[in-house]
Design a protein around this ligand. Structure first.
Ligand SMILES: *Cc1c(COP(=O)(O)O)cnc(C)c1O
Length: 473
């Protein structure tokens, strides 16, 4: 270290003198003493490194307080809202369904005040969590009884553990699903304490296969909706109706895991049909499980509906307590289910369905409306055009059906690496914008951009430092 460097490093203000500035006082007010001191310490460290590297002179205490302010303001919540323009409506990594306003209001109200979660207001006595939704679920599904847990994975686990602990659970080889990497049916069965008895083959399973496998050790027969894949070609599977009869004869329940169970027929909204919960109940499965945050469009939850005596046994399983749903989500679920009582207005009120039901023409018109502003913003280094694309439902629902949609297609004037730079800069925005890079373009599918999102979306893009993008000249 040279003599002059040592002298100027001596001029670098200490933490205490930066803390004594009026700027720092405001920061302490806003962010607290610990966070402020921490930020000051790190900007001083950075200044020291910079001075060593460039032999520059020491910044003053006020300047350091300003740098600390910039650092503290840049610290944003990790789970902040973003624009999902990936084209996948129910994106598991982006939190799946957006809730209806009624559900948001109900959850907020339940957060602010005490609620009769397990209290019967009529009798002034202890009540049950499930009582709030039992009636609605019976009405909407036709089942005798219903209960809820943390998610559908928990619902399946709980059913298996209740009826097949140390017993056989019989399942077709064609239905041993994996969902999103972490939910694998054989592993869930093992953790539930059930012995998995696989029957049939990958492409063909017959009633006789099940019949031969069922004996006095059987605790449950399992049918799994192959949500995220289809087996096509030379195939055979046994329908739930026949299986329910077989299970009933053996005196064990048939569990039909629907995954993204739907409460209304989607073809009514111009979408391909997914099995409805009511149909699954009518087919005779003694138990039916489905998710709250897939096509149903509510918060994360798992529903189990079916025969009363079986649901009672499930409720007596000590694991139920470990998997139960909190008051926020119960409030949101109740409000979401209420919307299903008026199917005519469902597509207006439920964001998931509203997004899925949007027409390509409508999305294209929106893209043309936004294109000039976006082109204006990015035009120096990128071409912005409107193009057709296809959206996906996501979360394993309707895996083979895509929806005609429209996107802003962004292509670089220069190197392809600019596109990666742009995508990264969009992800780093205070409200990140997520698209998809394919065929040399960054594609922003506008299916999930609501009218009220448009202004904040453009405001977000206005914060991009286009000239400073990694890779651009
Ligand atoms: C999605 C799915 C699950 C898991 O549901 P989560 O709500 O993600 O826990 C289980 N089974 C099937 C058939 C599914 O599609």
């Amino acid at each position: 270290m040279t003599g002059t460097e040592a002298t100027s490093l001596r001029h670098l203000p200490a933490v205490a003198s930066v803390l004594a500035t009026s700027g720092a006082a405001t920061l302490v007010e806003r962010h607290g003493r610990i966070a402020t001191t921490e930020a000051i310490r790190s900007v001083i460290d950075e200044a020291r490194d910079a001075m060593r590297a460039t032999s520059s002179s020491a910044p003053g205490a006020d300047e350091l307080a300003q740098r600390a302010a910039a650092r503290l303001d840049a610290q944003r919540p990790s789970l902040r809202p973003l624009f999902n323009l990936t084209g996948t409506v129910l994106h598991t990594n982006l939190g799946r369904a957006l809730l209806a306003e009624a559900a948001i209001e109900a959850a907020t109200a339940a957060m602010r005040s005490a609620v009769a979660l397990e209290y019967d207001l009529d009798d002034g006595a202890r009540g049950e969590r499930d009582d709030h939704l039992r009636g609605l679920l019976r009405e909407l599904t036709g089942a005798e009884d219903a209960t809820m847990v943390n998610n559908n994975a928990a619902a399946v686990l709980l059913c298996l553990n209740t009826f097949a602990l140390d017993r056989d659970a019989v399942v077709s080889r064609g239905e041993l699903i994996e969902i999103g990497g972490a939910f694998r049916m054989p592993e869930i069965m093992a953790r539930a304490g059930a012995r998995m008895i696989e029957v049939g083959t990958t492409n063909r399973t017959h009633l006789a296969d099940y019949r031969e496998a069922i004996n006095e050790r059987t605790g449950l027969v399992l049918k799994v909706h192959t949500s995220n894949y289809r087996i096509q070609g030379f195939t055979a599977e046994v329908g739930a109706r026949e299986l329910a009869v077989l299970a009933d004869e053996a005196g064990v329940p048939l569990l039909n895991d629907l995954g993204s169970g739907m409460l209304v027929d989607l073809s009514r909204y111009g979408l391909a049909k997914e099995p409805t919960v009511r149909e699954a109940v009518e087919e005779g499965a003694q138990l039916v499980t489905f998710s709250g945050d897939k096509l149903l469009g509510g918060p994360q939850a798992g529903f189990i509906v079916g025969d009363r005596a079986l649901i009672e046994r499930i409720n007596r399983n000590p694991l139920k307590r470990a998997l139960r749903v909190d008051k926020l989500r119960l409030a949101a679920i109740e409000a979401t289910l209420q919307l299903y009582r008026d199917p005519d207005r469902l597509a207006e009120r439920l964001p998931t369905l509203r997004f899925l039901a949007r027409t390509q023409a409508g999305i294209e018109a929106q893209a043309h409306r936004l294109q000039p502003a976006v082109a204006d913003r990015l035009g120096k280094h990128f071409v912005v055009e409107v193009g057709a694309c296809r959206s996906q439902v996501g979360s394993g629902a309707l895996p083979l059906d895509t929806l005609a949609s429209a996107a802003l297609l962004i292509r670089p004037h220069g190197s392809q690496t600019w596109l990666e730079g742009l995508a990264a800069a969009m992800r780093a925005l205070p409200q990140p914008v997520l698209g998809r890079i394919a065929d040399g373009a960054l594609r922003l599918d506008l299916r999930c951009l609501t009218d009220t999102d448009e202004a904040p979306f453009l405001a977000s893009l206005a914060q991009l430092d286009i000239d400073g993008l990694a890779g651009t000249p």
